[in-house]
Design a protein around this ligand. Structure first.
Ligand SMILES: Cc1ncc(COP(=O)(O)O)c(C=O)c1O
Length: 371
């Protein structure tokens, strides 16, 4: 494995532990800014790291806009000093009162949320108006992912008209998360992202012609933001998230991107049940268990080994031939999917210049902080 991942006195670290390589994080942030062309065109998503230390790094670079998926992340962002927070999530049920509480707690933060349905939007408007508050609502569009969002057509125009006139609600623009584009061939991905975006641009033009205000369009994730970045569009905000830590999954899907995995998990052999099998303390409570099984992480040191079983605290590898590992041997592995992996850990050990330098809490892994 490359010297980038050397750790002095790694023997002292318990396993399984999440390890962050700060020099690589800094490098990934610089690369993200380079691709965007300017810090003003970025609204990075904090869902991957969930940590105030990373938010402060982004603020130090001059990145003022931030994106999140939970109210806990929104609170972490405000506490870390972010002055513009976009919660890209539809607000329903008791979260409406939590949004009210957030607006009261952080009146100076420019706070926006999404909506794609008139019913919860009407409830949010009612509560905001009752409290004499306002909130910006960004209309969430379905990019074809069919996860959330309203199709960019006639009903979307009606919904935007509604959110532009409801009391307590201010029109915040459009949200376009097109994470479904996973073409490894960059030319193919580019044509899919640009083809998909036509519907966004047409809708925006129509809304502008009808006199509505579109203060921003928030677009993209790791695979698509470099393509959106090719557009010169003053209202556009690019919202990648994974890039800051990067992972083995995106490294394999998007070979055109020059990000380096900056987060790893330190694991140890806990048993050698047969001469061809080795078991690590790397269960589904230590590393993300996204389907399909057999692809949890890259073991650079064990090429050809296959993951054959994962339980809560065990990962069993079949090495195909007798191995010479023994209980206690440590390995650094690179998660296929870093975002849920980070959320499994209470804190991360930080390595800078090859030395253990700090321990950072994964603060917003909790669903509720104080609000
Ligand atoms: C709404 C939204 N925006 C932005 C992102 C960031 O995308 P990525 O993780 O590909 O960088 C995500 C990721 O899940 C997302 O759901």
């Amino acid at each position: 494995m490359s010297d980038l991942y050397a750790i002095e006195s790694a023997d002292s670290l318990p396993s399984p532990s999440l390890i962050l390589f700060e020099d690589l994080i800094d490098r990934n942030i610089r690369e993200m800014i380079r691709i965007a062309g300017s810090v003003d065109r970025l609204r990075p998503h904090c869902k991957t790291h969930k940590m105030p230390q990373i938010v402060r790094k982004l603020l130090d670079h001059g990145i003022t806009r931030h994106k999140c998926a939970t109210l806990a992340e929104a609170e972490m962002l405000a506490e870390a000093g972010a002055a513009d927070v976009f919660l890209a999530y539809n607000i329903v049920g008791p979260n409406i009162d939590r949004v009210v509480a957030y607006r009261k707690r952080y009146p100076a933060v420019r706070f926006s949320v999404t909506a794609d349905d008139p019913r919860p939007l009407a409830s949010l408007s009612r509560r905001m108006a009752e409290e004499d508050l306002t909130i910006e609502v960004v209309m969430d569009l379905d990019t074809g992912l069919q996860r959330t969002g309203i199709a960019p057509g006639k009903t979307a125009v009606e919904l935007y008209e509604m959110l532009s006139t409801l009391p307590g609600i201010e029109p915040g623009g459009l949200h376009w998360y097109d994470g479904q584009y996973r073409q490894t061939e960059i030319a193919e991905r580019k044509s899919a992202v640009k083809g998909g975006r036509l519907a966004l641009d047409q809708l925006r033009d129509k809304l502008l012609v009808n006199g509505f205000s579109i203060p921003r369009i928030v677009v993209g994730g790791t695979g698509s933001f470099p393509i959106h970045a090719e557009y010169s569009d003053p209202q556009m905000e690019l919202s990648p998230g994974t890039v800051i830590f990067h992972d083995a999954g995106y490294g394999s899907i998007y070979p055109d991107l020059d990000f380096i995995p900056a987060a790893a998990v330190l694991t140890r052999v806990i048993s050698c049940p047969t001469e061809n099998r080795v078991t690590f303390d790397l269960g589904s409570k230590a590393i993300a268990a996204d389907p399909p099984a057999g692809n949890r992480c890259l073991f650079y040191a064990l090429p050809g080994a296959k993951e054959v079983l994962q339980n809560e605290e065990h990962l069993v590898l079949e090495t195909g031939k007798p191995h010479n590992l023994q209980p206690g041997d440590a390995q650094l592995v690179f998660p296929w999917h870093i975002c849920p992996t980070v959320a499994l850990h209470q804190s991360a050990t930080v390595v800078r210049g090859g030395k253990i330098s700090d321990e950072w809490l994964v603060q917003a892994r909790n669903r509720v902080l104080t609000i």
